[in-house]
Design a protein around this ligand. Structure first.
Ligand SMILES: [Zn+2]
Length: 357
């Protein structure tokens, strides 16, 4: 893909390592505004988690996911696009297609699939529209709302969208002017993560300074795919605040059982997706969690008698609880129970014990 430089040593797009920072805290932060954090996670996890929660709840959570993702997507793009560029676009002094193509190349390096602007009208009235084709979106739900969020950030107006599958895994997304539902205004609050410091020491690429372990992944920029070179699993960069806000809103609407449901959905995902070879030692888990921006592993022991974990600066802690409960069960082939707590400062403690039959 044009315009994206790759590090000659580790093969990672420069955008990834120049716009983001892997901190000793175990966070991945957006360099332009370090209050905003990202995770680098298995794409199947996102989709399986949403489906798993819907399955257990017996109800769709789509509208909450869409409203939340649109808000965070717009905020992310707002920080990326310089103010002068937005002003030029909104005064119609800058052609839209090259700008939009730049966005799409960002989506591509983040692993979101291949996007293409196939048609648009921008006259700054209510008939404006954009048709964006996406191939292999990382999630149909999230992949359809992202272009709408990017257009919103660029032209500074609220947009709605529809999508249509035109061939297998290829969708046309039509984005048009539409006021957002009042329902969520002033809600869907984003959690702000506060770093408590840390001692994560990821080995760096000596050329670009990014984490060396990113060289285990292959960026297919033409198709917008990031795949693990060893097991083929697809990865994406994703804002954890989306999941936190979705689960927070579900808890407000549906009650306090939501954390248990999320943990259970994640445990089921982990048991289906991973295998015993994925249950590695403490050091490798420390690197894996930090590379994913999920926190600073301080303590981990797993044996037949149970699992004990302390994760500083825990990100998406409900997922971590379900994930490690799943890892314990995979490693020892038993059912289990889990107890956990998280402190104000983000220290997550998890204890998994074998179920007594
Ligand atoms: Zn590099």
């Amino acid at each position: 893909m044009q315009g994206v430089n790759m590090c000659p040593e580790c093969g990672v797009p420069e955008y990834i390592t120049s716009e983001h920072l892997w901190q000793e805290s175990g966070f991945i932060v957006q360099k332009r505004d370090q209050r905003h954090i990202l995770t680098f996670i298995e794409n199947d996890n996102l989709n399986a988690l949403f489906l798993g929660v819907e399955d257990i709840l017996g109800t769709s959570i789509e509208r909450i996911i869409l409203a939340t993702r649109r808000r965070t997507g717009r905020a992310y793009m707002d920080r990326i696009i310089p103010k002068q560029v937005k002003e030029l676009v909104q005064r119609r002094e800058l052609e839209l297609p090259p700008m939009v193509t730049t966005f799409f190349s960002i989506g591509s390096v983040l692993g979101y699939g291949r996007f293409e602007l196939v048609d648009y009208r921008y006259q700054q009235d209510d008939d404006d529209y954009f048709v964006i084709r996406v191939e292999k979106p990382y999630s149909m739900l999230l992949g359809s709302v992202d272009p709408a969020a990017a257009v919103e950030a660029l032209i500074g107006a609220e947009m709605g969208f529809t999508y249509e599958e035109i061939s297998p895994e290829v969708y046309d997304i039509r984005v048009f002017k539409e006021e957002h539902e009042e329902e969520y205004k002033g809600r869907l609050m984003m959690k702000h993560y506060q770093s408590g410091g840390g001692d994560v020491a990821l080995r760096s690429c000596s050329t670009c300074g990014g984490p060396h372990a990113l060289s285990y992944y292959d960026w297919d920029l033409e198709r917008g795919l990031i795949n693990n070179k060893f097991n083929g699993r697809r990865m994406v960069f994703f804002a954890p605040s989306v999941l936190d806000a979705v689960f927070g809103e579900l808890e407000r609407e549906l009650g306090e059982s939501i954390p248990d449901i999320v943990i259970e959905a994640q445990r089921r995902f982990a048991r289906n997706f991973y295998n015993p070879a994925d249950v590695v030692d403490e050091d490798r888990f420390r690197t894996a969690l930090a590379l994913r921006g999920m926190g600073n592993l301080r303590r981990l022991s797993i044996d037949r008698g149970g699992l004990d974990l302390l994760l500083g600066n825990a990100v998406m802690h409900l997922l971590v609880v379900g994930l490690f409960q799943g890892f314990y069960e995979i490693a020892h082939g038993v059912e289990s129970t889990v107890e956990w707590s998280i402190s104000e400062s983000g220290d997550l403690e998890v204890q998994v014990s074998p179920s007594r039959l």
